[in-house]
Structures are given as structure tokens and as C-alpha cells.
Ligand binder design. Structure first.
Ligand code: GDP
Ligand code: CA
Length: 322
């Protein structure tokens, strides 16, 4: 047998932070990657179903993402949005012309009754992506954010209000009734390694784990389980996770992340800058591993992905015939 054994890796991921480690894992030749994305940011805009986190994964893995923003398509125009603005529509949600094509396609197939998981799969294939992009559920789950001004949809909070209001409460409409997608359950059961991406624990990872059956499948999987912290030196790289965690009474650092993922993953990869938190992480029942976890270049992403694999499998002999 030539070369390394292929490891089945299943990643739980949100948008920008999730896509970075997804790209690193996808670049490893000895990894067969499945990514379970977050659908709770989804919403209807102009009659079209938009799935921002799944699209960020798709555009990143297809290498058509706008690298400056971290989301949206590179070389994008906004003529469709200009027309909508002229017609008096609300256009605070920035949707590019190329991007609109995908939303039209998704909406058309949903109206036909196609399963969202199959639409995501076919989209990934059409974009030339080798990894599997999976949905936690084919049902609709939507994050709602309570602020002092009342309840907002997630995109109203995140995009229109630019995360400015304090978050008083989070709710996930439809989560309790959601049924897990069979492909997601199978990917958790079959994985050699499950990775929880450095995504927002509250609004990206929680609505995946909250789909009834997903956490159970993760717990029952014999896979190695490793999480990566989205906090570096007590700060987020981007986004509102720190303010949200503080507002909801959780620690906004790698220890707060360990509190959330304890019992779900054995190890937590933290930044060298957070080495002093190692004992507190151990006290939460997770084994810390220090690394450089800021991912800017593809090299950063691939190196971190390789380190995660080494953590999981170093010293583990390859299964005979695998
Ligand atoms: P969103 O859905 O686009 O908001 O993205 P995610 O939920 O997947 O990721 C948001 C989180 O990613 C934030 O809390 C960031 O701190 C984290 N993040 C972004 N870039 C990096 C990075 O390079 N390294 C690490 N460790 N975390 C990152
Ligand atoms: Ca998101």
C-alpha cells in the first residue's frame, strides 16, 4: 500500500471561522472531509432562500470566496441589488449578482420539494468541491436574537444592526421539532475524527448540536473528537462571540469554550497566547493543546489541520488493509 491512510474527518462548522479550518482539512491529501454546516442563519430575502454559512463554506472550498471579506463571491457586482433598491426594497443584506444565481437555484429546487441536503450536495459538486457539505437537518431552524429593542432575526441583528445591540437572549425557532439529516448522522457515525471548528459557539455550533439526534450521534461516535477555540488571547478574531458570551453570563475565552464543549470533545486546541488557561481548561474536563490558531494564509490553515490530525492519530497504527 502506498501513501498514508485516508482518515474520515467530520467537521462541525459555521461560516467564516468554520470555512478556514475546512479549507485546511480539505487540502490534506489523506483526509476525506465532510462538513456539517449551520443553517440557522438562513432567511428569506426578496423571495429567495439565502443560506449564508453554507454559502461561505461552498465559496471558500471552491476558492471563489472574496478573500478580503471572508464571505461572498470574489469579483462580484451588485446590479441586481441596485434594481431592488430602485424598486424600494430593503437592501441592507448585501447580495451580489453571482451570489443571487445560487439563491435562485436553491429557491427553485426547494419549491420543487427537493431536500435542502441534496441541493447543498449538488451545489458543492457543481462548484467542483471534493468535500461533502452536509446540513444538520432538512427542516427550517432560525436563530432569533432578543435585544433591548425586541426580537430580531439573526441577519437583522448581524448585518442590519452590525451586532451593535446587546444580546439578552437567543432562541432557535424550529430546533426542537427538527429532524436530523441522515447524511449528517452517518458522517458522525463513520468519522475517524470529529472536529468542532473555531466558529461562534452560541450561534454557529449550538444550533447544529441542538438538532435532536445530532449530539447523541456525536457522543456515540467512536471517533476522536477535537475542538478548536475561536478565542485567541481572550478576543475573537472577528464577530460578536465575545460580547454574546459575556452578555449571556459565560466566560468569553477558551475556558468558556471548554465549558461548552466538555463531554463533547476530548481535546481543545488553544493558542500559544492562552497557554496560561491550560489548567482551567483541564478543570473543565478537556485536554488542552497549544498551537498557533490564527489562520490567515492557506499555509496556516493546512498546518493547523495537520496538527489536529497528528493530535488525533499520532502513534495510532493504521488499520490493516485500510
Ligand atoms: P460566521 O458564521 O461567519 O460568523 O463564522 P463562524 O461562526 O464560523 O466563525 C466566527 C468565529 O470564528 C469568531 O468567533 C472568530 O473568533 C473565529 N475565527 C475567525 N478566524 C479565526 C482564525 O483564524 N482562528 C481562530 N481560532 N478563530 C477564528
Ligand atoms: Ca454565521
Amino acid at each position: 500500500m502506498s501513501g498514508a491512510v485516508t482518515r474520515k474527518v467530520t467537521l462541525l462548522a459555521g461560516g467564516v471561522g468554520g470555512a478556514k479550518i475546512a479549507e485546511g482539512l480539505a487540502a490534506l491529501p489523506d483526509v476525506a472531509l465532510s462538513v456539517i454546516g449551520n443553517i440557522a442563519d438562513d432567511d428569506d430575502f426578496h423571495g429567495l432562500w439565502v443560506s449564508p454559512d453554507i454559502d461561505t463554506l461552498t465559496y471558500s472550498l471552491a476558492d471563489v470566496i472574496d478573500r478580503n471579506q471572508g464571505w461572498g463571491v470574489a469579483d462580484e457586482g451588485h446590479r441586481a441589488l441596485d434594481t431592488l433598491a430602485r424598486l424600494g426594497a430593503d437592501t441592507w443584506m448585501s447580495l451580489g449578482d453571482r451570489d443571487f444565481g445560487l439563491h435562485i437555484y436553491r429557491t427553485m429546487r426547494r419549491r420543487r420539494g427537493d431536500r435542502p441536503s441534496l441541493i447543498a450536495r449538488d451545489t458543492a459538486r457543481a462548484f467542483g468541491i471534493k468535500a461533502e457539505i452536509l446540513l444538520p437537518t432538512d427542516d427550517t431552524v432560525q436563530t432569533r436574537v432578543r435585544t433591548d429593542a425586541g426580537w430580531l432575526s439573526f441577519q437583522e441583528y448581524f448585518v442590519r444592526e452590525r451586532c451593535a445591540p446587546e444580546v439578552r437572549e437567543l432562541a432557535f425557532h424550529g430546533l426542537e421539532q427538527a429532524r436530523p439529516a441522515p447524511e449528517a448522522l452517518a458522517a458522525l457515525a463513520a468519522a475517524d475524527l470529529i472536529v468542532i471548528a473555531p466558529s461562534n459557539p452560541l450561534v454557529s455550533i449550538a444550533p447544529i448540536l441542538g438538532v435532536p439526534g445530532i449530539t447523541e450521534a456525536l457522543r456515540q461516535s467512536p471517533a476522536q473528537k477535537i475542538a478548536v477555540s475561536p478565542f485567541i488571547a481572550g478576543k475573537v478574531v472577528k464577530g460578536p462571540a465575545d460580547r454574546m458570551m459575556t452578555a449571556l453570563g459565560e466566560r468569553a475565552d477558551a475556558v468558556g469554550v471548554a465549558q461548552r464543549y466538555s463531554g463533547l470533545a476530548g481535546r481543545l486546541v488553544i493558542d500559544h497566547a492562552d497557554a496560561a488557561l491550560a489548567d482551567s481548561i483541564r478543570a473543565q474536563g478537556m485536554t488542552p493543546a497549544c498551537s498557533a490558531i490564527l489562520m490567515q494564509s492557506l499555509e496556516d490553515k493546512t498546518r493547523l489541520a495537520r496538527e489536529i490530525l497528528d493530535l488525533a492519530f499520532a502513534g495510532v497504527p493504521a488499520e490493516a488493509g485500510a
